[in-house]
Design a protein around this ligand. Structure first.
Ligand code: AMP
Length: 196
């Protein structure tokens, strides 16, 4: 069975965003043919769309999956619906947003799915948590996550805390309130979750 490494962006700014993101990571790990390999900490930041909405909490997870890209997207959309997401407005508030950032080294532009996600380079709240779990990460075209993050620096982003549960073999988290200065390398070996 072919297994690919995919990177998932998670976001929420309604209800209890921290709780919803933590539950979403567990739900992704429970999807058929999916296994979470690494999860970043939780990062708070102001909305990029309409400003009359609460701040977001974002995180990034790296998964291993035997699903094809479109079935994976469908499964993630199912989790969004299960979390109570309903459409409000463009870039509007949401209970849960799950994006496929990358899917192996694939580049595809389908009516329902574009990978790599076209907004990666503009989103500090994607790049910082991704760099935290995978400092050497790069897009299929060779652009490095570290370089893209430097280019969008200056956006307010506050590290909240590590996820309550994460794959074993994760290194220590940065101090609360600080984005990690030197990102940690994580090479989790299993999905046996532990409470921090
Ligand atoms: P969103 O507003 O993030 O829920 O995304 C709206 C639509 O974008 C989804 O219904 C997807 O069909 C489409 N889409 C295209 N590329 C992606 C991607 N890489 N990850 C998630 N959604 C995507």
């Amino acid at each position: 069975m072919i297994r690919e490494i995919a990177t998932i962006g998670l976001g929420s700014n309604l209800g209890n965003p921290v709780d919803q993101i933590e539950r979403a990571v567990e739900a992704i790990d429970s999807l058929p043919l999916c296994r979470v390999r690494a999860v970043s900490g939780l990062y708070a930041n102001p909305p990029i769309g309409p400003q009359d909405q609460p701040d977001y909490v974002n995180a990034v997870a790296e998964i291993e999956t035997a699903l094809a890209p479109v079935p994976l997207l469908r499964a993630l959309k199912g989790l969004e619906r299960a979390a109570g997401r309903s459409y409000t407005r463009h870039w509007g508030e949401r209970m849960l947003d799950l994006d496929i950032l990358t899917f192996g080294h694939r580049e595809m532009d389908d009516p329902t799915l574009t990978v790599p996600h076209p907004e990666i380079a503009n989103r500090h709240f994607v790049l910082a948590p991704w760099l935290e779990i995978r400092p050497e990460a790069e897009l299929p075209d060779g652009r490095r996550v570290a370089s893209m993050l430097e280019a969008v620096s200056g956006h307010p982003l506050r590290y909240v805390r590590a996820m309550a549960r994460q794959p074993e073999a994760e290194a220590a988290a940065p101090e609360q309130g600080e984005a990690p200065a030197s990102p940690r390398a994580a090479e989790p070996a299993t999905t046996s979750w532990r409470h921090s």
